[in-house]
Design a protein. Structure first.
Length: 225
């Protein structure tokens, strides 16, 4: 991946599939969104949105289009999982259907990452909790559930399977990643996101809807003047 120098995991080992979590993805977003905004605001004017067709995708939202060029980054929140409260490692699962959604975003010129808070207790979860960012680059049609284990103290991957399509991103990597996004205008971006949502809900992904409809947070990025 040009311009990104993050570590790619090549550490193998068995992972406890019985791990569970104390957070939902929406709770994790309370930490992940401000943390990612702080990284992006070094370079961009940032508008984070949780997209609904009848709100952010509405006619009124499209009328806000001033013709200004924007780029888009998508972020999927992940839950930290563990076997016991206070564990020194957390597990992250990248679901089959999430990877399928990622591929659709990438094909539309929207780079994608996943974020997870580095916490192993609900009482240690705060807006300012440290986060780990994972680049998602699945190969079309070659999806399977991915499990990785991360050291809570260092943010390093301790166990995973070989050849999995992700790498850990630094803040600089994330800023470089945004430069790979296609430029567009707001109304076109809204139509693009709505089209991908329809494909995900009614197209090839419909047979996986019972696993849940994974929706990213979108970051609409404009150049600082």
């Amino acid at each position: 991946m040009a311009g990104v120098t993050s570590r790619i995991s090549n550490i193998s080992g068995a992972i406890d599939f019985m791990a569970t979590s104390f957070l939902s993805e929406h709770s994790a977003e309370f930490c992940l969104v401000p943390s990612l905004c702080a990284i992006l605001e070094k370079q961009w004017l940032v508008t984070p949105v949780y997209f609904w067709s009848t709100r952010e995708g509405s006619r009124l939202a499209q009328e806000c289009d001033s013709g200004e060029q924007i780029t888009i980054l998508a972020m999927f929140a992940r839950r930290p999982k563990m076997s016991h409260a206070g564990d020194q490692t957390i597990q992250v699962k990248i679901n089959f259907s999430l990877q399928e959604r990622t591929q659709s975003l990438l094909e539309s010129g929207i780079p994608v990452l996943a974020g997870v808070p580095l916490v192993s207790s609900i009482l240690n979860f705060q807006i300012s909790s440290p986060c780990v960012w994972l680049r998602l680059t699945p190969s079309a049609g070659a999806y399977e559930d991915i499990y990785i284990e991360i050291d809570k103290r260092t943010g390093n991957i301790t166990r995973s399977k070989l050849g999995e399509p992700f790498c850990i991103l630094t803040p600089e990597d994330i800023r470089l990643l945004t430069q790979q996004s296609r430029s567009t205008v707001l109304s076109e971006a809204i139509q693009n996101i709505k089209g991908m949502g329809r494909k995900h809900n009614y197209g090839i992904s419909s047979r996986f809807l019972w696993f849940g409809n994974y929706k990213p947070v979108y970051f609409l990025l404009r150049k600082k003047r």
